[in-house]
Ligand binder design. Structure first.
Ligand code: ZN
Length: 181
């Protein structure tokens, strides 16, 4: 299992709009290894999503997965999926507030209103073009990751930075024991 180094806020690659990838790259062994390493890195850090710039790569690629996650213990299950060039084409008007963290901003949580459901297009890891509508936590994670591919952090989406808190204070206030590396 290869664990890649995580880029942290302040690293310029996290503020880049990432390069679109040609789906033909899926037959490249080095690219397949990158996808696997991204999944390994996300799992090792107890993340629920990871964008390629978070491991220093200028590629519009993200991975997501949520299975009984210790950092998000209450949330829905999301299968392991890879998205190349994901684009959100429709956002529900209904928005839901939720607390988000980020592996590139360890130790913090912020309250972010996200669309309750979104429709997106992407190329999956088998090279198929997919268009899908997802809701709940899946929709939230997808919006967070697509933001990364456009150089945005969750704080850029926050209505009120007074709801940006250190994890120690978050745990005191909510009695939900979550931790970051
Ligand atoms: Zn993030």
């Amino acid at each position: 299992m290869a664990k890649l180094e995580l880029a942290k806020i302040g690293n310029p690659v996290l503020r880049k709009k990432l390069e679109q990838v040609d789906p033909g790259i899926l037959s490249d062994r080095k690219f397949r290894k990158l996808l696997k390493d991204m999944a390994d890195t996300m799992r090792a850090a107890e993340g629920v999503g990871l964008a390629a710039n978070q491991v220093g790569k200028d590629l519009a690629v993200a991975v997501i997965e949520c299975k009984s996650n210790v950092r998000y213990p209450e949330e829905d299950t999301i299968p392991l999926e890879f998205y190349l060039n994901p684009v959100i084409i429709d956002y529900s008007e209904e928005k839901i507030n939720g607390w988000e963290g980020c592996l590139s901003i360890p130790g913090y949580r912020g309250l972010v209103a996200r669309s309750a459901s979104v429709t997106f297009e992407a190329v999956d890891s088998s090279g198929e073009s997919v268009r899908r509508t997802v809701s709940g936590f899946w929709a939230r994670v997808l919006q967070h990751e697509v933001d990364h591919l456009n150089g945005l952090f969750y704080m850029d989406r926050m209505a009120d930075l007074q709801n940006w808190v250190h994890l120690d204070e978050f745990n005191k206030a909510f009695e939900t024991r979550v931790h970051d590396e």
